[in-house]
Design a protein around this ligand. Sequence first.
Ligand code: NAD
Length: 266
Amino acid sequence: MRDGTGPERLPWPADFAGMGALVTGGASGIGAATAALLLARGARVAVLDRDPSGAPAGTIPVRADVGSDAEVRDAVEEAVRQLGSLHTLVGNAGIGAVGTVEDNDDGEWRRVLDVNVLGLVRTARAALPHLRRAVTGAPGRVSITHTCSIAATAGLPQRALYSASKGAVLSLTLAMAADHVREGIRVNCVNPGTADTPWVGRLLDRADDPAAERAALNARQPMGRMVTAAEVAAAIAHLASPAASGITGSALAVDGGMQGLRLRPA
Ligand code: NAD
């Protein structure tokens, strides 16, 4: 386009040069893959994790449990102090829960909602003043991206608590997108299907024959395989990048077709 507003003027591939990023749960799986990718694309990256020992080399590790408001506030301040500025928040830390409503007691519900939902609220609350300061004339550079799940809308068996937590993450993402759109802060989420991360590895290890269980899990996926952490990270990086300057209030599925495809005729 001749007016200079066309897609050829967008930074592509995703370029994070000069940007500061904070990834929660960035010491394993999807978060670690995201932190590594943002770093490779030129961002300064901090990893907030309750066990930051697995944070990718070159990132700034900060220890905090997203279940603690005080720990999150201190860790975000420390991360931003070391980063210099904060443009990109990736709220990714989360935990799983298996069972029907009869299987998890109130304590378990509170524990999982506290991490998966309130953890994102606490992180955003601590980060927003810094994100606001990073908004400049350049459009689309400041964003929050949450790791949600297809469980938010899919109706998965044996996942009542986990699904409710991710349903709340989806609603929270949309409401935050509305609240901050005029401030120049974009808010989106990715919805992974089954992603091959240490989390899934731990679930498979509980089976009598983990290798057979892994093969069966892969076979159940439309693509014949789980998606990878790197594939989810690539979607997060896109939503967080200046190339996605027109995207807010979106949920991007990275599920190998799990939700959208009907592979057998009805
Ligand atoms: P993972 O277990 O490999 O990594 C999770 C990371 O979060 C770990 O480093 C862990 O230490 C950290 N963490 C957990 N609780 C924390 C807390 N209270 N405070 C700070 N850090 C904490 O898991 P993953 O598969 O990479 O999952 C990451 C996100 O992706 C989660 O939100 C999960 O719900 C979501 N997700 C995963 C899948 C999947 O199939 N793996 C599918 C859909 C959504």
